[in-house]
Design a protein around this ligand. Structure first.
Ligand code: IPD
Length: 251
């Protein structure tokens, strides 16, 4: 099963995302019941239903290990490649029937992004990308925007579930976003990155975001000619991320 080329792996990830997305968008068996909640997060049964569809395909057809939001780390392999899966990014949106959510699958080699797939199942938009090779929306090549200044740029951001929402911290975030023309919080980090990749947004920034929320989107932004900066935080799998076209400097 090893030694598959990246195009084959991208095809398999796309098939997994589309199959799970069709289930979430159309099946009567989708279960939106909450099975876990914390102060700023909910987990619903559909997260696990979607995860099962995705993991069955990825595990059976590639044999590579997977880190997934619900299931954690599955499998080991001498191969440094690993799938990183968010079976529903924008879970709260999905639960409340706000159509801003997606399935996100990334393939990383150790700490380096390789390729990614994001499927917006309410719009049938499949974003995909391979680092240094290209990025596509439903098979058509996409590119990041050419916006060169923050004054003209649209920034997408969010408050992650573990966000520090103390006044001082929120004030520092507000200070950072003031220079942008517009800011959008759509509740899905993955979809925000997909929008940077195709030029609908110019930049994305979030602190303390979990790796599975951004692992599919970062390689798509890079494949579309953009850049990304990510620093690891102390909490496992948590990062500060800035992704944008190459003309915009850091956040
Ligand atoms: C959430 C979304 C949101 C981000 C949160 C994430 P989930 O992912 O990506 O944009 O701000 O931090 O938890 O929980 O819906 O997969």
């Amino acid at each position: 099963m090893r030694d598959m080329d990246y195009c084959t792996l991208l095809k398999i990830a796309s098939q997994a995302a589309v199959k799970a997305g069709k289930f979430l968008a159309h099946s009567k068996k989708v279960d939106r019941a909450v099975h876990f909640e914390s102060r700023h997060d909910v987990k619903i049964r559909a997260d696990k239903q979607s995860e099962k569809v995705v993991l069955d395909i990825l595990r059976k057809r590639t044999g590579l290990p997977v880190l997934s939001e619900e299931a954690g780390l599955l499998g080991t392999s001498p191969d440094p490649l690993m799938w990183i899966v968010d079976p529903i990014d924008g879970t709260l949106n999905f639960q409340r029937q706000i159509p801003l959510c997606c399935i996100s699958i990334g393939l990383w080699r150790k700490a380096e992004p390789v390729l990614g797939v994001i499927y917006d199942f309410y719009r049938s938009e499949l974003f995909s990308g391979i680092v240094s090779q290209g990025a596509w929306l439903n098979g058509v090549p996409i590119k990041v925007s050419r916006t060169a200044s923050k004054e003209k740029a649209v920034l997408f951001s969010g408050f992650p579930e573990g966000a520090n929402l103390t006044s001082g911290h929120v004030r520092s975030i507000l200070k950072g976003i003031q220079s942008y023309r517009k800011v959008r919080w759509i509740g899905s980090a993955a979809l925000s990155l997909a929008y940077v990749a195709c030029g609908r947004a110019d930049a994305y920034h979030e602190r303390d975001i979990m790796l599975w929320d951004v692992a599919g989107g970062i390689p798509i932004v890079l494949g579309a000619g953009g850049k990304s900066q990510y620093q690891k935080n102390r909490r496992a799998n948590s990062y500060n991320v800035f992704a944008a076209n190459k003309r915009l400097k850091s956040f």
